[in-house]
Design a protein around this ligand. Structure first.
Ligand code: ZN
Ligand code: FE
Length: 259
């Protein structure tokens, strides 16, 4: 039986800027998006942790590269999006599904945009969101497969979660995202404060994540496409009026691609 405490969630750095998220509860563990098996296996062995589950958000190599090896070495159950090809997947998930991992209930969200089958895992009782490459700290994923309309809807669904929900994204992109966010909204004081505090964290070698939904609502331009200052900046960039949130999002996303 899992102990009656919240899990400890640890970032495991991998590659240049990925975070593999390790959830530990007692002697049991789960991992989100293990793009590499080696650093996870090392932690499991050092601390005699039994890996119960592997949660995958989408099919990109930096998120699934270690899945088959980890599943083979530990027998962990592999959860992943139904609409994508995921190595060693045992349980195929889509929006509306609910799973239990380490005694934690996770609701599954469909969040198409970065990829078409991308899903996110939300634990309402623990106020935790694992969102892969959909929502980043002060940014969002590139549109590799989906449309601006899909990503706008996906981000809006995540933005409706409680403000104190912790956002565990899969990359340390925060400082470059904040530089861009300030180009869009130079007058946003919360954004300047966030840049100062994240700079301090990076100077200390600390991750800038998780953030919270509340912080993202105040500072993430991709969640603020309905804010007049963001719309005006996007309209100035595009040289035309942008009547919908979706149209603003599309311009801000393209602007970021070229930034
Ligand atoms: Zn990706
Ligand atoms: Fe990624």
């Amino acid at each position: 039986m899992a102990p009656d405490t919240d899990p400890v969630v640890e970032p495991v750095p991998a590659f240049d800027d990925n975070y593999l998220w390790l959830l530990v509860r007692g002697s049991q563990a789960a991992v989100v998006d293990p793009g590499d098996a080696a650093p996870i296996l090392l932690r499991l062995q050092r601390r005699s942790l039994a890996l119960q589950a592997i949660l995958v958000t989408h099919h990109h190599g930096d998120h699934v590269g270690g899945v088959a090896e980890l599943a083979g070495a530990t027998g962990a159950r592999v959860y992943g999006p139904r609409a994508e090809s995921i190595p060693s997947r045992d349980v195929a998930l889509a929006g509306g599904d609910r799973i239990d991992v380490l005694g934690i209930g996770f609701d599954v969200f469909d969040v198409p945009g970065h990829t078409l089958g991308h899903i996110a895992y939300h634990a309402p009782a623990q106020r935790m969101l694992f969102c892969g490459d959909t929502l980043f700290a002060a940014g969002c994923g590139r549109l590799f497969e989906g449309t601006a309309a899909q990503m706008t809807a996906s981000l809006a669904a995540l933005a409706r979660l409680p403000a104190d929900t912790r956002v565990y994204c899969a990359h340390e992109y925060t400082m470059s995202n904040l530089r861009f966010a300030l180009a869009v909204e130079p007058g946003n004081e919360a954004l300047r404060q966030r840049q100062r505090s994240c700079m301090t964290m990076r100077e200390r070698g600390e991750p800038t994540v998780p953030s919270t939904i509340g912080e993202e609502l105040a500072t993430n331009p991709f969640l603020r496409c309905d804010v007049p200052a963001v719309r005006r900046a996007a309209e100035a960039r595009a040289g035309r009026s942008l009547p919908t949130t979706e149209a603003v999002f599309a311009v801000v996303r393209q602007w970021k691609n070229a930034f």
